[in-house]
Write a protein that binds this ligand. Structure first.
Ligand code: ZN
Length: 73
């Protein structure tokens, strides 16, 4: 898998999955509609801490199925 170099939503430069996850969580936390919609569609409808979101991002954007169970309720 390739590490991301920019946010797929707004194009902001990021370095790696961790930074992308942090960026997405931070923007979604500010009620940024574009980022929230992207997360809802592509990754999860639930608010997640960046550390958890990172694993889902890797799985989603790299096209690999996650090996760990994703849904915890
Ligand atoms: Zn962004």
């Amino acid at each position: 898998m390739e590490a991301p170099t920019s946010c797929p939503v707004c194009g902001t430069a990021v370095v790696g999955w961790g930074e992308l996850a942090t960026h997405l969580v931070e923007r979604a936390g500010r009620s940024d509609g574009d980022h929230i919609m992207w997360l809802n569609r592509r990754v999860t409808k639930h608010r997640r801490p960046a550390a958890e979101l990172e694993a889902d991002l890797v799985a989603t954007l790299s096209g690999d199925e996650p090996s760990a169970p994703r849904v915890r309720r």
